[in-house]
Design a protein around this ligand. Structure first.
Ligand code: M6R
Length: 607
C-alpha cells in the first residue's frame, strides 16, 4: 500500500527520500514521487512505475534538505504520472503526500471547483492540499487541524508550505505514521523500515495526532491543540534483517529463515516441567483462562488460514469451541459479542485495516481482544487488550511465509496452555512440547532437500489451473498453498477439503487440472487416499506431499514431495513449507516478480 517518507536535516533530502521509498517498495505500489524544498521553492518529480524509474528522472542537482516522498498504490484514479503524489494546491505553496482514503472527497471537490479551484489529478488526496490552502492563515498546523475536521476517511499525511520550507507537518488518522528522531535530523514515515538506516529512536503517532518537525525539533499535538509528551521507543530490528542477506529474493530468504523464526516464537514459551506453555502477553489469570467458553479468531489472508489452524487445535485439543472469521466480514455483520468469548486478531503487519476495524468493533461491544502480531509497535498490538508477538523479524516479501509458521506456533502454545488446564494429560502435553520443539530441525531437512521439489514445480509450471486438497488440520494449509501459488505465479489455484471435491469441484478434474494432495500419516490419511483415487479415476494428475515411509503413495500418484515423519499435529508446518517452495519455484520458472507480485500490497491499510 502507499508509503510516506519525510526528511528534515543536513543531508541531501532527495537521496534520503529515494532510499526510504526503495525500502518501502515491499509494501506494493505503482507510482512514486518526491518533493524537495530549496531556498523557498519546491521541486517535485513523480511518475508511474518503480523507484528506479523515478530515480532516472530525479535531477542530480536536486538540492535541498527538506522533503517528502510517496509510493502510491492506486485507489482513486488510474496509475498515471498526474495521479502520483505529491499534490499541490492552486498556488503551489502547499504540497502533500497522503496514505488512506478520503470518503467524502467528491463533495469537497465539487465545492472547491465551484469556488474556482483547478484539479490536476483524479485522486481523493488532491482535495486535501486545496482545502488546507483555503484554511491557511499563516500557520500550517492550524490549517491542517481545521482541514482534518472536514475529512471523512483515513489519512496519514505529510505536508509542507513555502512560508516555512524547512518544516513538515504530519497527521495520522487510520493510516500509520511514525516520527524518527536522529542527530539534528528528523524523519516521518509510514513504516519504520524506511528510516531504520538512519535512526532506531521513534515515536509512533496515534490516530488524531499531529506532528511538526524541523531538523532539530519535533512537537506532537492532539486535535485540540494540546501538546503531547510521547514516549520515544527503540526499534528492535537491525538493518541487515531488512536486507536480502545473499538471497536473490526476500521470499526465498524468509522461507529459509523459518527454522530460526519458529524457534524464536517457541523460545521461553514452553515449559517442559509442567508439560505446558507460557504466554505472558495474554495478561490473563489462570482463573480467567479457565473461564473461557469460546474462542473467536479474526484475520485476513494468510493470517486467516493460520487462525484456522489455531481454531482447529483449540477445539480438538483444548476442547474449547473455536472458530475463525474473515475480518472484512466481522465489522459490518453486527457481531454478537459475549463476555465468556475470547477474541484473537491475527495480523503480521498489525496494520491491516479490515482486521483493525473488526478489532475496534469487537472492543466497542465489550469484547476482550488479544492480538497475535509481528510488527512491534504497530496499531493492532497498541490498541488490543493484550497479545503475543510472533517475533518473526521483518517480513518483506508480499507473500507471507515465515509469519504463517510463527502465527501457528503461538496457537500451538496457546492450545497447550488451555488444554493442560482442561483435559490434556501430562504425557500428552509433553509429547506436544517435544513435537513442537522438533519442528525447526524437520523444516531444515525439507529446505536442505528441495532439489526434487524444484524439478516438480518446473514440470507443472505449464498448467493453468490447480486444486490444493487437504483435510482436518491440513485443510487450511491447502487453502494457504493455493493462495501462495496464485499470489506469486498468477496461476489459478483453489483450495478445498479433499472430502469436499465430490460435492462440486471434481467437475473441474481432467488431465489439464493437476491436484496437489496433502497426505499426512494421521487418522485421516486413508480417507485422503480414497479422494486421490477418485481424482485418478477421472484422469487427473496428482502430486502428493507425503510422509517418508508411506510406501503405498508412490504407486498411486504422479509425483511425490517427501516430508519427514513427525508428531501427527505438526504436519501443518511440514506441509506448508513445500507449498511455499512450490509456489516460489513455479513463479521463478514463469519469470514473475516474486517479491512484489502485481496488484498486491504487503500491508493492506484500506478497507
Ligand atoms: O498483515 P496481515 O497479516 O494482517 O495481512 C493479511 C493479508 O493481507 C496477508 O496475509 C495477505 O493475504 C498476504 N499477501 C498473503 O501472502
Amino acid at each position: 500500500m502507499c508509503g510516506i517518507v519525510g526528511y528534515c536535516g543536513p543531508k541531501k533530502a532527495s537521496e534520503v527520500l529515494l532510499e526510504g521509498l526503495k525500502r518501502l517498495e515491499y509494501r506494493g505500489y505503482d507510482s512514486a514521487g518526491i518533493c524537495v524544498s530549496h531556498k523557498g521553492s519546491f521541486e517535485t518529480v513523480k511518475r508511474k512505475g518503480k523507484i528506479k524509474d523515478l530515480r532516472e528522472i530525479v535531477p542530480s542537482n536536486m538540492v535541498g534538505n527538506t522533503g517528502i516522498g510517496h509510493t502510491r498504490w492506486a485507489t482513486h484514479g488510474e496509475v498515471t504520472d498526474e495521479n502520483a503524489h505529491p499534490h499541490y494546491d492552486d498556488s503551489e505553496k502547499i504540497v502533500l503526500v497522503h496514505n488512506g482514503i478520503i470518503e467524502n472527497y467528491q463533495v469537497i471537490k465539487k465545492r472547491l471547483i465551484a469556488e474556482g479551484h483547478t484539479f490536476l489529478s483524479d485522486t481523493d488526496s488532491e482535495v486535501i492540499s486545496h482545502l488546507v490552502a483555503t484554511l491557511y492563515k499563516g500557520n500550517l498546523e492550524v490549517a491542517l487541524r481545521e482541514t482534518v475536521f472536514l475529512l471523512k476517511g483515513t489519512y496519514g499525511l505529510a505536508v509542507m508550505h513555502k512560508d516555512n520550507p524547512d518544516k513538515i507537518v504530519g497527521v495520522r488518522n487510520g493510516s500509520p505514521l511514525v516520527l524518527g528522531i536522529g542527530e539534528n535530523e528528523m524523519f516521518l514515515a509510514s513504516d519504520v523500515t524506511a528510516i531504520l538506516a538512519h535512526t532506531k529512536q521513534v515515536i509512533y503517532l496515534e490516530d488524531k495526532e499531529i506532528v511538526v518537525i524541523t531538523a532539530d525539533s519535533y512537537k506532537t499535538f492532539d486535535f485540540h491543540e494540546q501538546e503531547l509528551q510521547k514516549k520515544i521507543e527503540n526499534i528492535g530490528w537491525d538493518l541487515d534483517q531488512i536486507e536480502k542477506d545473499g538471497y536473490e529474493f526476500f521470499m526465498e530468504k524468509e522461507i529459509n529463515e523459518q527454522p530460526e523464526s519458529i524457534l524464536r516464537a517457541i523460545i521461553g514459551r514452553t515449559d517442559v516441567d509442567g508439560a505446558t506453555g507460557h504466554l505472558g502477553g495474554l495478561n490473563m489469570t489462570p482463573a480467567e483462562l479457565l473461564n473461557i467458553k469460546r474462542i473467536q479468531i479474526v484475520a485476513a489472508g494468510t493470517s486467516y488460514y493460520a487462525g484456522m489452524v489455531g481454531a482447529y487445535l483449540l477445539e480438538s485439543i483444548a476442547r474449547i469451541p473455536a472458530s475463525t472469521e474473515l475480518s472484512s466480514e466481522v465489522r459490518y455483520k453486527n457481531p454478537v459479542v459475549q463476555p465468556d468469548t475470547l477474541y484473537f486478531v491475527v495480523s503480521q503487519s498489525g496494520e491491516t485495516a479490515d482486521t483493525l476495524y473488526a478489532m475496534r468493533e469487537l472492543q466497542r461491544k465489550g469484547g476482550r481482544v488479544l492480538g497475535i502480531c509481528n510488527v512491534v509497535g504497530s496499531t493492532i498490538p497498541r490498541e488490543s487488550d493484550g497479545g503475543v508477538y510472533i517475533h518473526s523479524g521483518p517480513e518483506i516479501a508480499v507473500a507471507s511465509t515465515k509469519a504463517f509458521t510463527s502465527q501457528i506456533t503461538v496457537f500451538y502454545i496457546l492450545t497447550l496452555i488451555l488444554a493442560r488446564m482442561r483435559h490434556l494429560s501430562y504425557e500428552a502435553g509433553l509429547r506436544l512440547v517435544s513435537g513442537l520443539e522438533s519442528v525447526p530441525e524437520k523444516i531444515k531437512e525439507i529446505l536442505a532437500d528441495s532439489g526434487e521439489l524444484k524439478k516438480i514445480a518446473v514440470k507443472y509450471s505449464k498448467y493453468e489451473n490447480f486444486l490444493f486438497l487437504g483435510r482436518g488440520l491440513n485443510y487450511s494449509v491447502a487453502l494457504e498453498g493455493a493462495l501462495k501459488l496464485k499470489e506469486i505465479s498468477y496461476i489459478h489455484a483453489e483450495g478445498y477439503s479433499s472430502a469436499e471435491i465430490k460435492h462440486g469441484p471434481i467437475a473441474l478434474i481432467n488431465e489439464n487440472t493437476p491436484s496437489l494432495f496433502l497426505v499426512p500419516d494421521d487418522d485421516l490419511r486413508d480417507k485422503v487416499i480414497n479422494n486421490i483415487k477418485e481424482v485418478k479415476a477421472r484422469k487427473g494428475k496428482v502430486i502428493a506431499v507425503a510422509v517418508k515411509g508411506d510406501d503405498e503413495i508412490e504407486s498411486i500418484v504422479d509425483d511425490v514431495i517427501w516430508i519427514p515423519k513427525a508428531h501427527s499435529l505438526m504436519y501443518p508446518y511440514l506441509m506448508v513449507v513445500p507449498l511455499q517452495l512450490f509456489a516460489f519455484y513455479m513463479a521463478l520458472e514463469l519469470d514473475r516478480d516474486v517479491d512484489q507480485p502485481r496488484n498486491l500490497a504487503k500491508s493492506v491499510t484500506v478497507e
